[in-house]
Design a protein around this ligand. Structure first.
Ligand code: FES
Ligand SMILES: [Fe+2]
Length: 331
């Protein structure tokens, strides 16, 4: 039965430096092992390109993905297309082109491009899962291609509210994944959001794929000493995705998918990675139907709540990359 009471609990009073240190549990070898296994999983060369909502009808979208310039556009019937971002005639940026019907028209000399391709210009396979758009780049990925991206299980769309946020970091995708595979930093590094984090289960070397996960009990701090206790599971379905699913407590079934898309290397030779995080919230609480109706208002709030967490987690990932690339990573 659904409780109509507010899910908020009064949290125990905590003093940051008096928490139980978590470093003994957060064994570098264990985290590294989980990361290695994640990186070895197939992606089928699929990369998250953008939020579905970012590829709007009538307007092309451009982004570098794994050093490949990609343009995407949506036809009037909703179909998404993706292709190389440079015009095959004289190289104009197609993200500045015009969408006419289901075709993309180059601004420079009017070349009209479509799914049939053009000499020197072949569209990429693309997949719109309703929340995110994925593009398959076989040359960049170098794996055996898969027909579809490896998609995490999500709550049913009709009962869920999705928000997608993207930020760029100066690191590689594995640094973003490694940060998420260290749940132990939760209440130490993010005390403003997490209280009393306890890792209930962590995967040891040799675990089966289905048991390769972390289980965490934690309270999300809402305001002051009020919070929401949940149990959450973290796992990596593919090498650039970490999924957190709430399995017990308020919002059970909700997921936060963190996708790390390599963009390319900047002028200083530093790799850049886009972190695309999709929060797909669900609840069987009666009030949640209302939240769905006010989705345009709720979305920015869901994003704002995550901003500080983001900043700190990106700093962690960038620091890991700096140490790794200068041979100072503890191993
Ligand atoms: S550069 Fe695109 S048509 Fe000439
Ligand atoms: Fe974090």
């Amino acid at each position: 039965m659904t409780s109509r009471r507010l899910p908020l609990r009064r949290l125990p009073k905590t003093v940051w430096e008096r928490q139980e240190p978590s470093w003994r549990g957060a064994r570098p070898g264990l985290i590294e092992g989980a990361l290695k296994r994640a990186l070895a999983r197939p992606s089928g060369n699929w990369f998250v390109l953008a939020a579905s909502a970012q590829i709007r009808p009538g307007r092309p979208f451009g982004r570098m993905v794994a050093d490949v310039e990609v343009v995407a556009w949506r036809s009037p019937d909703g179909t998404v297309h993706a292709a190389p971002g440079a015009c095959p005639h004289l190289g104009a940026p197609l993200c500045r082109g015009a969408v006419r019907g289901d075709r993309l028209v180059c601004r420079w000399h009017g070349l009209s491009l479509g799914s049939e391709g053009f000499p020197g210009w072949s569209p990429f396979p693309v997949y719109d899962d309703g929340v995110l758009v994925w593009v398959r780049l076989d040359a960049a990925g170098g794996e055996e291609p898969l027909a579809k991206p490896v998609l995490p299980e999500r709550p049913e769309a009709a009962r869920a509210l999705a928000a997608v946020e993207t930020v760029a970091a100066r690191c590689e995708p594995e640094d973003v994944v490694a940060n998420r595979l260290d749940p132990w930093h939760g209440s130490w590094f993010h005390p403003y959001s997490f209280v009393g984090l306890r890792v209930v289960e962590a995967p040891e070397e040799g675990v089966s794929d289905s048991d390769d996960r972390f289980v965490v009990d934690v309270s999300f701090r809402v305001a002051g000493r009020l919070g929401v206790p949940v149990r959450a599971v973290f796992h990596c379905p593919e090498p650039r995705t970490v999924v957190m699913r709430i399995i017990r407590g308020e919002g059970a079934g909700s997921v936060v998918e963190t996708h790390a898309t390599p963009l390319g290397v900047d002028r200083q030779g530093v790799p850049r990675t886009a972190v695309v995080e999709a929060t797909i919230a669900t609840s069987d609480r009666p009030g949640f139907g209302v939240a769905r109706r006010v989705a345009p208002l709720v979305r920015p709030v869901m994003r704002f709540a995550a901003r500080r967490l983001w900043r700190d987690d990106l700093a962690y990932a960038e620091r890991r990359h700096t140490l790794r690339s200068s041979g100072r990573w503890p191993s």
